[in-house]
Design a protein around this ligand. Sequence first.
Ligand code: ATP
Ligand code: MG
Length: 348
Amino acid sequence: MSTNIILTGDRPTGNLHIGHYVGSLRKRVELQNSGKYETFIMIADAQGLTDNAETPEKVRENVLNVALDYLAVGLDPKKSTIFIQSQIPELTELTFFYSNLVTVARLQRNPTVKTEIEQKEKFKNGVPVGFFTYPISQAADITAFNATVVPVGEDQLPMIEQTREIVHKFNSIYGETLVMPNAMVPENATEARLPGIDGNAKMGKSLNNAIYLSDDENTIAAKVKTMFTDPNHLRVEDPGNTTDNPVFIYLSVFAKPEHFSKFLPDYKNYAELAAHYERGGLGDVKVKKFLNEVLQETLRPIRERRQMFEKNPEYIMQMLKEGSAAARRVAAKTTDRVKRAMKLNYFE
Ligand code: ATP
Ligand code: MG
């Protein structure tokens, strides 16, 4: 198969945030529009349930929210197949077959699964099997669509590595069947893992430390005000740290020269602003005020597009229905191939 195929997605566990935007969404839109890829975008509701089994309504509601966020940033159902994971039963089938190729010890070593288990208070008394094995279902998602490229944030690298191992093992046992995928992570380390407003190493929907693409103007302003900065930068004159400081980290990602000329013309660019903060003599209030302007400018057009699509939820559901039907046809073909390779094609 020579075509370039993209598969990527998000868990409908909340609205999408600026970490998704820089870590994955922005790239997807660019690749989609390049015309060089066939793009599949999955709303991973079944995976969302692996740590939200008691709150199915939360997952259901967020399917629409995530789809709205997609359209708001420029994903386009005419160019990309946008679909819902649970509507493709073949993905469950593949997961079941692949689970024979992965050891319990290998899953226990997966660093992302480890961190996520530690972060979840509700897992203190036990981890659901479905959550523990979600890297296997992710391998099913990726291989079902013969994906060659998976644009993701850095936290997903161990998942792609695990998928590659499954593909390798499957092909060596059953013969060349599955396509080997590659991760595509932003080169800029900050974009690959945007920290939270609380200074946590990762902004996450489930971590209560995010600025959402759908946040209104006042919410953004209020969140920026309470953001973690350098705790040792007590007086304006004190030298400040910009490297572990999410306010500066966000500015390094989002502030463009035109933002400086419009809102903070005393500085030409990020480097000048950061140098002043590090020298001392630049207060947090001023920097936060600028960050707020930058984020408002960046998020306003996305929010406005989102509000436009929000008026027509039937259109969104119809798009997801058609996308799911189209996605299913592709996944069914792969599953046939897999079953044939595994000698499960009795009645052919
Ligand atoms: P949850 O807390 O429910 O796991 P999440 O915020 O981690 O939510 P996911 O749906 O798990 O979001 O991830 C979707 C995609 O966004 C993945 O490719 C992931 O790597 C990327 N991503 C998530 N958070 C960040 C972040 N802070 N910086 C960059 N990319 C991110
Ligand atoms: Mg996640």
